[in-house]
Design a binder for this molecule. Structure first.
Ligand code: SF4
Length: 306
């Protein structure tokens, strides 16, 4: 790719976005430069709703692969592009269809509840998907006499199990980025900023969540930050969210719990990749119909119950 200055890259992206009737949607953990060119930035639930509703012909998805797959599952008539093909999610990779089939066979009466951070194949074997924003509401609404298999995040599942008292079989997956947040780090920050509120993402360990003032998805954190009277907020999630929080609330102070809470996969997209993606119409994400149809059912069920 020829060398272009940042403003030239942005101009070209804007031209192509118009020409191809494309929408650029980005996750809250993306780099600031990518969030700045987005038509829409949000958490997994907000992005799923946006992908289902948009009138664009092309969706450029700056997130990780399962998110682009979810967009295609909901809008198969559209072209869904993931600018960097290698941007996967290690937690999603911790669950596969073969092992889930075995688990379902061992618990034939259980309902399968799957966090959207999962592959299309796993979603296709699922009764209802959830995000961190709606998992509590959805699990609480499921028939109380049914056991629940919760895939793949043992931390989110453990938190929901504790809140609802439901009997759950937890898949042993986790987010490596959120696992870097420990109780010791939170306690240190609380000591340093005693008047700050603490927001914690439920992909964190249970002993970390216990130290929260608020347990929230990234979208929930953005809303809470706007509404609260607190001037200082300790943020326990991937540090990409800090960029959006500061941009939307310039008068408040946001304290990342640790600079180590970085998801390398979420940081792969740069504006150059977005431009190349639109120029070359790559990398197209699709899902075979025999997987897409049952996977769509489990996502639509989530949207209905949200
Ligand atoms: S932050 Fe964690 S759950 Fe999100 S994409 Fe990265 S590894 Fe996956």
């Amino acid at each position: 790719m020829e060398f272009l200055a940042e403003n030239e890259i942005i101009d070209r992206i804007n031209e192509l976005r118009k020409q191809k009737n494309a929408i650029i949607i980005t996750h809250n953990y993306q780099l600031g430069e990518v969030q700045d060119i987005a038509d829409f930035t949000g958490d997994s639930l907000e992005l799923s709703i946006k992908a289902a509703d948009t009138k664009a012909d092309v969706i450029v998805f700056c997130g990780v692969k399962f998110m682009a797959e979810t967009a295609f599952i909901l809008s198969p008539e559209k072209t869904v592009l993931l600018p960097v093909m290698e941007s996967g999610c290690p937690m999603a990779d911790m669950a596969n269809a073969e092992d889930l089939i075995k688990m379902k066979n061992d618990h034939p009466d259980a309902l399968v509840v799957t966090y959207v951070n999962s592959s299309a194949e796993v979603k296709a074997l699922t009764d209802v998907c959830v995000t961190s924003a709606n998992a509590l509401k959805i699990v609480s609404a499921l028939p109380s006499d049914r056991e629940i298999i919760f895939v793949p995040d043992k931390n989110l599942g453990g938190y929901i199990q504790k809140k609802t008292g439901r009997k759950m079989i937890l898949w042993p997956g986790f987010c490596p980025t959120h696992m870097r947040i420990t109780p010791k780090i939170i306690l240190q920050k609380k000591q340093e900023y005693p008047d700050a509120k603490v927001m914690i993402h439920p992909e964190s360990r249970l002993d970390v969540i216990d130290l929260a003032d608020e347990v929230l998805s990234t979208g929930g954190m953005c809303r809470f930050a706007k509404q609260t009277d607190a001037r200082k907020i300790i943020v326990a999630t991937e540090i990409g969210l800090i960029y959006r929080l500061k941009k939307e609330n310039p008068d408040k102070m946001f304290i990342p719990v640790t600079e180590q809470a970085v998801c390398p996969n979420m940081k792969m997209h740069r504006i150059e990749n977005v431009l190349e993606s639109l120029e070359k119409m790559r990398y197209r994400i699709s899902v075979p119909e025999k997987i897409r149809i049952p996977a769509e059912k489990s996502i639509r069920k989530m949207l209905e119950m949200s």
